[in-house]
Design a protein around this ligand. Sequence first.
Ligand SMILES: [Zn+2]
Length: 230
Amino acid sequence: MGEKERSPLKKSGVPGIYWQEESKKWYVRVHYQSKPYHMGSFPKLSDAKKFRAEALSRIKNDTFTDWYKSLSISYEDLTGQRFGRLYVVKRHEEKSKDIKWICKCDCGGEHIAYSGSLKSGKTKSCGCLIRLHLKTMPHPERVHGTSLSMIKIKKPTKRSKSGIRGVYWSSVKSKWFAEIFFQGKRYFLGLYTNKEDAAKARSMAEAQTHDRFLSWYEKNHPAPEKKRGD
Ligand SMILES: [Zn+2]
């Protein structure tokens, strides 16, 4: 992969205006009371310059705060920002209470994420990070020799033993197992020697239950093999 342009300032010739290759827009930012304010993105550099000049004069006149609030960009513009492996390309068209962003993942995938989940660090990839992590996690019995029907015998009364939702002790296997319900179906997430690993599997699955879970599950938890007669 080629190095990203390190000094986009040079390109616009104006501090606070950055060229965003992915969205093909000029991205405007100002600082006010030592906080950065994202002023939106513009297809034309002249518009970006004009808008930034307006923002700066508002700062000088001390009318910035009210003006900024009155703009339709009163949400934080995440365009051009990076969150883990995700690069925010643009705001999702859908008008919802929670603002969504179209992101490009380093793996080449696309992902739509909420502002909150990006900023909190809950979402750091299109799901590929989780896939990678699961592959490297020590869980020798994750799939092999495990029967999905076996876990169905477990009564929810075992819940109290782990203290973690979706993590249960299997007295048959003498291991912890993790599961999750999604769209009315139960998904087996593996058997673990350590409760912490089972809890980790469960929390990662929870993070995925929205859009990426199903494809992720198919890749990482293929249908169990036929039960061996042992
Ligand atoms: Zn990815």
